[in-house]
Design a protein. Structure first.
Length: 100
């Protein structure tokens, strides 16, 4: 599972690099007119935001999983209705209103 996450992080890192290089190429080429450059900035910016968001969220997810694994021995499992600290999970406001 860890190898799968690492390969996925590497793939999204490559995508982030490609989007950045694409943006540099778009703005440095002299034969692309200003009108086209302005029109292409919107999809380029959308790609940039999506790729970096995905990359950072994957990195954060793997770091959180590694931190939980360090704190929990392999034999200790989290039961349904329990949070990661092993305490009973708290119900949200919607769940409390539904029980009444």
């Amino acid at each position: 599972m860890k190898d799968l996450k690492n390969t996925e992080i590497k793939r999204w890192r490559l995508y982030a690099l490609l989007v950045t290089v694409l943006g540099i190429i778009l703005f440095s080429l002299p034969w692309i007119t200003t009108t086209y450059k302005i029109a292409l900035t919107v999809p380029l910016y959308a790609m940039f935001v999506y790729v970096y968001y995905k990359y950072l969220s994957l990195k954060k997810e793997t770091q959180a999983a590694a931190a939980v694994k360090e704190n929990k021995p392999d034999g200790q499992k989290i039961l349904p209705g329990m949070n990661t600290a092993g305490k009973p999970a708290q119900k949200g406001k919607a769940a409390v209103k539904k029980d009444r």
